[in-house]
Write a new protein. Structure first.
Lengths: 246, 246
């Protein structure tokens, strides 16, 4: 008979793995669409959000056309998606990020997990995609944490996975480094990332480390441009216990 | 008969690969010592520099004891090493970096390549090794570029290769991203990095990208501490033509 501790652990594990609808805000953009496609492919329920509900529905139809009618993907206006999900993934260009977040703030459920994938590229203000802007709070993800209501859990992830790697059919040759101050939320997002073939989901420590993740993207864009390819990142030397997926 | 162009190319290649003494400033510290050991092992001529010539000589003896008397490694005071080498590698803790560089400035040869491995860790001022300080110039390497005489070529590299990975006997599971504004100097340093087994030497673009390299180290230290291991980084998706060594 299992003891109380192992019962609790198996409860926890079940909760971490439980299917919950994933709301992809800005899911008609290249990165959001790629993530929505991959999660729908993994059997997850995905709600694509856009400013324009019709465009979101169109994106959902496109995924169904690719994966078949059994794919659990729908589209709606961003606020409606926020109101319907406990797990929200922000895939927004930095130039519209703070403004949209202020609009969405009342629609985000208390206790929800908000996964921020945003990179404050210099390109947001007409500069280079190989450089980042300095964000007052330290990173786009920390800015997000300041803009949401208390109790909403912000987690930084997926900055280093390019849209093109997600759009291809093959495994994604990239680690997803997940940073956040709520340990349970980090674990949930790691499980979410590991659903995409090839991705190894790693615990990257506190949310403030999003500063480094965001800058790595600018470096990777430089590598990709110079070599006319699509680059990713891997951390070496980790024990298997630190790696989810792959 | 080879045409003029291929002759020139083979000249260039020969020059890039030509053995030149490598001066390792701060080479009695863990990272400098590890690099000196690896290069001596690869048959290079290495001059270990320290504030104290006797300590530098002691470190050189230690390497000879390990590799045998044929190892081409000697030790001397930092300024003497600078004066003797066209290729200098700075392996200094950030807290003493700018001060020592001002002392060394008149001893660095015109046209020399200065490879900066420095990471401005918050630990330099009593903070955490998982965070970096903001350097006015953008990075420690850009600070170095400001402190040396015009014509000295500063290249950023080796920030992400931990001393422990170098001290082990096995191949180093880490890419070395080389950043600099002088393309020839970057190529020379890539060849230098590729002499260490396991290391893949990559062109990381302009010197300003050292900002990202330096921050990656703080992230890797976090991974290493959390997992009681020694982590490195690899860039994925690159064509073979972009990779030297490995």
């Amino acid at each position: 008979m299992p003891n109380r501790r192992s019962q609790r652990n198996s409860h926890d594990r079940a909760r971490l793995k439980a299917a919950r609808p994933i709301g992809v805000i800005g899911g008609t953009g290249a990165q959001g669409f790629g993530l929505a496609l991959r999660w729908a492919q993994a059997g997850e329920t995905v709600l694509i959000g856009s400013r324009d509900a019709a465009r979101a529905q169109h994106a959902a139809e496109k995924i169904k056309k690719k994966l078949g009618p059994h794919a659990k993907v729908t589209g709606d206006e961003n606020r409606a998606v926020c109101a319907a999900c406990d797990l929200i993934v922000l895939t927004l260009p930095f130039e519209g990020h703070a403004t949209l977040l202020k609009e969405l703030k009342p629609s985000i459920r208390p206790g929800a997990i908000v996964v921020d994938t945003t990179v404050p590229l210099d390109a947001s203000v007409g500069g280079r995609a190989t450089r980042t802007l300095t964000v007052w709070q330290g990173s786009a993800a920390e800015q997000t944490a300041e803009l949401v209501l208390v109790g909403v859990k912000v987690v930084a992830a997926f900055q280093n996975v390019g849209a093109r790697l997600l759009a291809d059919d093959g495994p994604v040759e990239c680690d997803v480094i997940v940073c956040g101050d709520d340990r349970e939320a980090v674990e949930i997002v790691r499980h979410l990332a590991a659903k995409i073939p090839g991705i190894r989901a790693l615990d990257g420590g506190p949310l403030e480390n999003a500063r480094v993740l965001e800058q790595i993207t600018a470096l990777l864009i430089g590598f990709s441009v110079r070599n006319k390819t699509h680059c990713g990142i891997r951390i070496t030397g980790l024990p298997n216990s630190a790696i989810l997926g792959g």
